[in-house]
Design a protein around this ligand. Structure first.
Ligand code: ADP
Ligand code: ZN
Length: 534
């Protein structure tokens, strides 16, 4: 630990230059650092890649004592500590993966004031001896600050909720004189308020950076043959590029990775079902080697800092706009043009609704999950600028961007009222005349007049709506169902059978009181528009 710098009491910008080798602070960094150096609290909202780490690392070095960083990303602590050590910063971590002797060495360094930064997993703070250690540090060499990373994990209904984060108010209660900074890349204004409340950051200054990532081109396409669509995207626009492909299930991660590899595109799988050693190996290969595609569940990516990820592709619908933003935000951290591509279809909506309906948790929780999904669906179905919609979700106003699919090729809309009426009245008739609900596939078969064994057997050829929808293809009908679902004009059964049911809004359409504008969908999306962003 001989490499320690003399940084206590130094000017922050000198520390930035001498220790980290950067010329100047970016954006709000200087202000945030000053706030903490002064001893005040801060709440920092900065998109991924914005430079949150320096916001606490620099003041931790300038102030007396050890800076305590609470982070849920145990897997990354070793890397963070190694990177800091390479810069001559004395850093250590305490988490459950350590051997007792390693832990003791770090604890000793804390007590003797030989540590500048200490990374802690949140669950450590439930251990009384840990709190005793911090007390001894506080009364001895000092605690320079508390940094609470990934602070949105404290939000109860957020998608990354960690119960241990609720206990973090202990930091303020026990050591009120130590300044605190909470940092996150994901928070709507509601989540921000929740963070401030639960962490008792009542007097904290809020720093909210722009969420715009202008070099990312957002595209959302109707899913028809997702693997072929993905392959097409990779071959025509991203040959040889590094990228991430997100899938919902472990099985589809494995299959997609195999499929890409078989097609000559080097791809690695990553999901929680793989051995920790395989995960670590795949992750480090992805970071180290050029042009690898990581096919992963959302277990992959938090805290990953690879600057040249050229595309992030979603083969399944994310559960929330926040998740979508965070995952797509891993593209283009070097500022170069990058693609965020999502294929989404009717089955996604049905599946996600079912997952919500069958999930654990009370009605309020389900309503919250539904609201998250609705916002995501609205982003998928919008005929306006995707970026504008995305930024609006984070409370930021903007103009149409010119670098998303809807800006580059404004979707045509068509009057879907009549098809919507045909579809809804089929659902009504099935309910009235047969006392039952059916799934989208069957309803579409009836509309298109297909005499499938099931249709015939159930006597559905006798329905007055049988065959009245032959003017649209199966795909078009599925688009109609999807858009009605997204607009809340139709719903999927809550007991988990994926059958279609009416909503309060359906009646207005059936009575002709309301029109239903719909997006016209090209069978294949436009492509090769990467140059438009540069
Ligand atoms: P975040 O945690 O917000 O995702 P990081 O703290 O990991 O972002 O920073 C992202 C990248 O930007 C890192 O490679 C970091 O070294 C770099 N960076 C941050 N601040 C500056 C700065 N002031 N000057 C130059 N590079 C910076
Ligand atoms: Zn746009």
């Amino acid at each position: 630990r001989a490499a320690a710098h003399q940084t206590e009491g130094a000017a922050p910008v000198d520390v930035l230059r001498r220790v980290f080798g950067y010329d100047a602070f970016r954006g709000d960094q200087a202000d945030i650092v000053d706030t903490l150096v002064r001893g005040d609290d801060a709440l920092v909202l900065m998109p991924t890649g914005g430079g949150k780490s320096l916001c606490y690392q620099v003041p931790a070095l300038v102030r007396r004592g050890v800076g305590v960083v609470v982070s849920p990303l145990i897997a990354l602590m070793q890397d963070q500590v190694d990177a800091l050590s390479a810069l001559g910063v004395r850093a250590g971590f305490l988490n459950s993966t350590q051997a007792p002797h390693e832990r003791r060495a770090v604890e000793q360094a804390v007590l003797t004031g030989e540590l500048d930064l200490l990374y802690l997993a949140p669950e450590r703070l439930r251990v009384p001896s840990m709190l005793d250690l911090l007390s001894a540090a506080h009364d001895g060499p000092g605690i320079s600050l508390f940094a609470i990373d990934e602070a949105h994990c404290v939000a109860q209904w957020g998608h990354d909720f960690r119960p241990d984060y609720l206990g973090l108010s202990v930091l303020h209660e026990r050591w009120p004189d130590v300044p605190r900074v909470a940092l996150t890349a994901t928070a709507t204004s509601a989540t921000r308020a929740e963070i401030a409340e639960r962490l008792e950051l009542t007097t904290a200054r809020h720093f909210v950076a722009s969420f715009d990532r202008p070099n990312i081109q957002y595209r959302i396409v109707p899913k028809d043959n997702p693997r072929a669509q993905l392959l097409d995207l990779l071959r025509t626009e991203h040959a040889g590029d590094a990228g991430i492909v997100y899938c919902l299930s472990r099985a589809s991660v494995e299959q997609t990775a195999q499929h890409l590899t078989a097609q000559g595109i080097p791809a690695l799988p990553y999901h929680a079902g793989l051995d920790a050693s395989v995960r670590a190996e795949n992750q480090s290969r992805f970071l180290r080697e050029d042009g690898l595609v990581m096919v992963a569940t959302i277990a992959f990516g938090m805290g990953i800092d690879k600057p040249d990820v050229r595309f992030v592709a979603h083969l399944d619908l994310p559960k929330s706009v926040e998740g979508y933003y965070q995952e797509t935000g891993r593209a283009g951290r070097d500022g170069q043009p990058s693609t965020a591509w999502l294929a989404y279809g009717l089955a996604d909506v049905v599946q996600q609704r079912r997952m919500i309906d069958t999930s654990e948790g009370d009605a309020a929780h389900k309503r919250q999950l539904s609201a998250h999904l609705d916002a995501m669906l609205a982003l998928c179905e919008t005929v306006g600028c995707r970026r504008q919609r995305l930024l609006a979700y984070f409370g930021q106003e903007s103009e149409p961007c010119g670098n998303c699919d809807t800006c580059l090729q404004p979707p045509e809309t068509w009057d879907g009222t009549v098809p919507a009426q045909k579809l809804l009245s089929t659902v009504v008739r099935l309910e009235r005349e047969h006392g039952q609900h059916f799934g989208a596939g069957h309803v579409i078969d009836i509309l298109r007049g297909k005499e499938t064994p099931r249709v015939t057997q159930l006597g559905h050829t006798a329905l007055s709506t049988f065959g009245i929808g032959d003017d649209l293809s199966d795909g078009e009908w599925r688009g109609v169902v999807r858009q009605l679902l997204a607009q809340g004009l139709l719903s999927v059964d809550a007991r988990g059978y994926s059958t279609l049911e009416l909503t309060a809004g359906s009646a207005e359409i059936l009575s002709g009181a309301r029109e239903v504008p719909m997006r016209r969908e090209a069978p294949r999306p436009a492509r090769s528009r990467r140059s438009a962003g540069s």
